[in-house]
Design a protein around this ligand. Sequence first.
Ligand SMILES: [Fe+2]
Length: 435
Amino acid sequence: MTTNPELENKSLIEQFKETRERTLEIVKTLEKDDFVVQTAVFMSPPKWHIGHVSWIYEAIMSKIDKNYEFYSKEFSEYLNSYYQQFGVPHDKALRGIISRPTVDEIFQYFNTVNQRVLEFIRTQSLDSESIRLITMGFHHECQHQELLIYDLQHLLAEQYRPVRKNQMPNSTSTYPDFVRIDGGIFSVGYNGNEYCYDIELPEHKVYLNDFKIDVFPVTNKQFLEFIKDEGYQTYKYWLSDGWEKVKKNGWNAPMYWEEIDGEWHIRDFRGIRKIDPREPVCHVSFYEADAYCKWAGKRLPTEAEWEKAACWNEERQEKTIFPWGNEGPSKQNCNLLESYNWGCTQIGSYPEGMSYYGCQHMIGDVWEWTSSEFVGYPGFRSGFDEYNDKWFTNQKVLRGGSFGTPQMSIRGSYRNFFRLDERWLFSGFRCAEDA
Ligand SMILES: [Fe+2]
């Protein structure tokens, strides 16, 4: 921990600038028309994300400084996502139907907020709580960078031109299918000294039975077997609510899959291409993940099992922040946003990212559905009203980050959450079994 407040504020400024630049880079090649369109009720126009990630800093500054004045009431109403404490938010499903504020005005707002935040950090005496809140603003922006990428997939897919795009690693190595992990008392939750969300705390003990967990997320090859075996047509694999979704939405494959001349293809950032059997399956809902597991005679891991498989070192009897240790993520050990692969890598591409138990791809590539309900940990205390805690119902926890997650915003203890039928995110899963 830094004790010199000047140094701490300097690193705050650096983190802020870096985060803001990343947001701009993601939208740098968009045409102006792209910024305004909302192609589904679950996505938001890029213009809205640019404004909203800025607006949250205003919300944070208003908490720290009671005299803070918001830029504009009109902007606040449009850019407030769901915070009732800041007024009545504009309807999410209707973010694409208004042309004002204009795209230019939103970028002007983005720049004005930049100046305000920098001025705020430089001139206000910031206590540890204020620093925590401003840092939360960076992490919030990272979350929206990833959401923006989901939305660009829906809006543009192969027509999106990333500023940076790297050559994919590939792999032909083979590994065991699963590992066996001893149960017992395990401490779940964040135990480091840097930023984490309120929902990762407090670290607390749970009891686990012995279990087995897959070395890799379920691949397209494996998921194709489920499709060929009429998994989508067989009610007995599905939860009742899931079966309703299958019938109502006509699901017969993951989202963005298309059958062309009898062969499954995907349309994504890398084009319209044949399904790669060695990539993790992506764009499945919790219901599909759960149905696959039932078909395979397995189950989803709980989030505690997932965390133990990812971060517990049995030999040293300690939990690390990442599967490979306490060093932050790099291109060598996982596929996160800064790898700029714009898609999943083949399984086995990151042996350096392996956990103590031998699990791979636990960080990056796809978020992994767990069977755990998203609720507060025992002793939970809210770190920002309405941010996380108002969603403690009807959602499942996902772990591990995806190829759209910025490096600074992921950890082994990070808990993402989505409703059970959502699948526009980069979501996959791995299977577990009782040992
Ligand atoms: Fe947000």
